[in-house]
Design a protein around this ligand. Structure first.
Ligand code: ADP
Ligand code: MG
Length: 697
């Protein structure tokens, strides 16, 4: 087999290919666009398009597509072939700079949240040169942004790029104040750890709930779940290992830095982590990773479940968003430095994150809110729905000493001096690990742990980048007019800590008492469900921040509110309909068949001898018959609620109805069905059980 180093990135039009295939001038011009966002002219675009097409055709591509990320949360593509008719009846393979730069897919069926009037169905895709083109199957995929005729973003990439611009601008201002004139660009980086479940494809096909909704809507607890903790980091089974091997290969060909893989806590649950990269690319790569995970699974007779909560009673799947801020000169701004000077700068960036997370905790929470993730957050495994920051005891003590203006005694008992004020020096990388915090400092990065496994990481990073950019902007405004930089700096840090230390919590985030303290004493918000979260997108302070930084326009924010709530409503409505369908067409008939079998057994026994009591059959039949009645009643109730829902037009009202009426009724239908499962002979049960699914690979 070929060496990884030989085929890594072989399907990517990356820097190596560009340098080798583009004329030097064109290459340089493109690099300026990639690195500094310089305008790209049509001559350059034409030259790049030609080289891209030749390269793609050599690699077997026949089509190209503008690959984009609409608000559905998944990626979209429309393929066009390269062929162009020649006068002699043959065809040539053709691709122009115009086609590279701009596409015009019919956008009428993508969610726009009212941004696009129906008479103006056109949408535009625009090339994002900062993310490399790649080949998938026989198609050259060109990463693009997607916007309406009026220029409003209809996707997740555009606001993400804008948020990266915002943090770049503001971080540069702060760095200049620290006397740094060499840094040209500041970017955030992300390494997203992706969790998933693998189950057997034949079993999957027998479950309508998995097919229609991605999660099980029924299923009694199996005799064994995750209580033995024997799956986490356990030996990887051969079938799963074969899957992972092929997955890695496919990802490596696409230049995705798949690095770590292991079994997770729940049976059949696994994780894949790539090496971190620029947020924009990490987002594209994560979307591709999710897609390829599912494709490769299919080849192995498996199905990869990316839903946040495929199974009740065992852990759900999340995505840990490891996030840091770095300069083009290779400096990580969230890494405590070796010198006192660097530490002052580090402390300021650290404080910016603390303040940002406190002030925009609602937005961060909202950025991960989906119907699926509502089953996780606050449900004793994932972080709670309350946002807080874990810093570790050492760093917390350092900050406390600054806030209270007392010397900090580090291990080495050295202190750092900065002008007249004393800022402490402290050893690097002393952070302990805490797995229950939603937002944990891990030495040189923050790990935002609230993301659901199927979420696009764009949303969380848009909010994170923007919130921090806003605070850096406020800091730069203050510091630029300071007469004495170092005393103003210390004052700023102190003020931030005084005002925002409530967000810092180093204890157990799963503890009930923490939720009480957070909400009652610290005034942190506890937004438990998607309908609770969404209104904050339109709150004044948040709208001002996001529009002020030009990350979103007000209309774009309103459209997000609409679309995200609509997604929530649709997801749950489909689940409810699926439950009704499964109960009526599969579960109730199965139980009735078993009742019939029990009854005829009893009759047969009686025919043999009047002495036989048939006690077992009688009891079982009575119990099952009662459960069937309960199921039928629950189905009727749920059906009725769905009719009411259908008549509710306003999306906010709909979402509240779903939260308060539909979801509880789904639970009321599930309970008797799951109980009936435990009382029904296996051969009568119409689909694979939790035990089959979780231990079947
Ligand atoms: P864990 O203990 O959570 O598994 P790791 O050190 O293995 O932590 O890193 C997890 C993820 O964090 C990986 O994707 C890794 O590439 C990423 N990561 C490491 N350093 C940084 C950084 N400076 N910025 C962003 N992500 C990072
Ligand atoms: Mg982690």
């Amino acid at each position: 087999m070929a060496a990884v180093t030989d085929y890594f990135g072989s399907l990517v039009f990356d820097d190596r290919v560009m340098a080798a295939r583009l004329p030097a001038k064109v290459y340089q011009s493109l690099r300026n666009t990639i690195d500094q966002g310089a305008q790209l002219n049509l001559d350059v675009a034409n030259a790049v398009a030609l080289a891209m097409k030749d390269w793609a055709v050599e690699h077997g591509a026949t089509h190209f597509t503008h690959w984009f990320q609409p608000m559905t949360g998944i990626t979209a593509e429309k393929h066009d072939s390269f062929i162009s008719p020649a006068p002699d009846g043959s065809v040539i393979m053709d691709f122009s700079g115009k086609e590279l730069i701009r596409g015009e897919p019919d956008a009428s069926s993508f969610p726009s949240g009212g941004l696009r009037a129906t008479f103006e169905a056109r949408g535009y895709t625009a090339w994002d040169p900062s993310s490399y083109a790649f080949i998938k199957g026989k198609t050259l995929c060109i990463p693009t942004a997607f916007c309406s005729y009026g220029g409003e973003a209809l996707d997740k990439k555009t606001p993400l790029l804008r948020s990266m611009d915002a943090i770049n601008r503001q971080a540069l201002r702060v760095l200049r104040l620290f006397g740094n004139d060499t840094v040209k660009c500041v970017r955030t980086s992300v390494g997203p750890e992706q969790e998933y479940f693998l189950i057997d494809k034949e079993m999957y096909k027998k479950r309508k709930d998995l097919i229609f909704t991605g999660r099980t809507l029924f299923g009694a607890k199996p005799p064994k779940g995750q209580e033995m903790d024997d799956h986490y980091f356990g030996v990887i089974k051969p079938r799963v290992a074969a899957y992972m091997a092929e997955l890695n290969e496919e990802l490596w060909k696409l230049g995705i830095l798949a690095k770590t893989e292991h079994n997770e806590v729940a049976p059949a649950q696994h994780e894949l982590a790539p090496i971190y990269t620029t947020t924009n690319i990490a987002t594209d790569h994560n979307q591709l990773t999710m897609e390829i995970m599912q494709k490769v699974a299919d080849k192995h007779g498996l199905v990869c479940l990316l839903h946040e909560k495929p199974f009740a009673g065992v852990n759900g799947s999340g995505k840990h968003n490891n996030w840091s801020i770095a300069t083009d000169t290779g400096m990580n701004l969230l890494s405590p430095g070796d010198t006192p000077h660097e530490n002052a700068q580090f402390l300021l960036f650290l404080c910016a994150v603390i303040k940002a997370v406190d002030e925009y905790q609602d937005l961060l929470r909202a950025s991960v809110a989906t119907a699926g993730n509502d089953h996780r957050l606050g449900a004793n495994e994932a972080p709670p729905a309350v946002v807080s920051i874990f810093l570790g005891d050492e760093l917390t003590a350092v900050l406390k000493s600054i806030e209270e203006d007392v010397p900090y005694n580090a291990v080495e008992r050295t202190q750092m001096k900065l002008g007249a004020r004393v800022l402490p020096r402290f050893p690097k990388d002393t952070t302990d690990r805490n797995r229950t915090s939603p937002f944990a400092f891990t030495g040189n990065k923050f790990e935002f742990r609230m993301l659901g496994s199927s979420n696009s990481i764009a949303c969380a990073n848009i909010m994170l980048n923007s919130a921090v950019a806003q605070v850096l902007k406020d800091y730069a405004d203050e510091l630029e007019k300071a007469e004495d930089f170092s005393s103003e700096l210390t004052a700023l840090i102190r003020k931030t800590l005084k005002e925002h230390k409530r967000i810092i919590f180093n204890g157990n985030g799963y503890d009930e008492s923490w939720i009480e303290e957070a909400v009652e004493h610290r005034g942190l918000s506890n937004l438990r469900t998607t309908p609770d979260c969404m209104p904050c997108i339109l709150e004044k302070k948040n709208v001002e921040m996001l529009t002020g930084l030009r990350v979103y326009s007000e209309a774009e924010l309103e459209s997000r509110y609409e679309i995200l709530l609509e997604n929530y409503c649709k997801a749950v409505t489909i689940e409810a309909h699926t439950m009704v369908d499964m109960a009526e067409k599969e579960i109730i008939p199965a139980v009735e068949s078993y009742i019939e079998a029990l009854s005829s057994t009893a009759a047969a026994k009686k025919a043999l001898s009047e002495e036989i009591s048939c006690c077992y059959e009688k009891k079982r039949v009575a119990k099952l018959a009662a459960l069937v009645d309960q199921m039928q009643a629950a189905v009727d109730e749920l059906d009725y609620t769905l009719i009411t829902l259908g008549m509710t037009k306003d999306i906010t009202d709909q979402s509240i109805l779903i939260r308060d009426e539909v979801l509880p009724r789904m639970c009321r239908l599930r309970a008797p069905a799951d109980e009936a499962e435990t009382l029904t002979a296996k051969k009568y049960w119409p689909f694979p059980t939790y035990g089959d699914l979780l231990f079947g690979v």
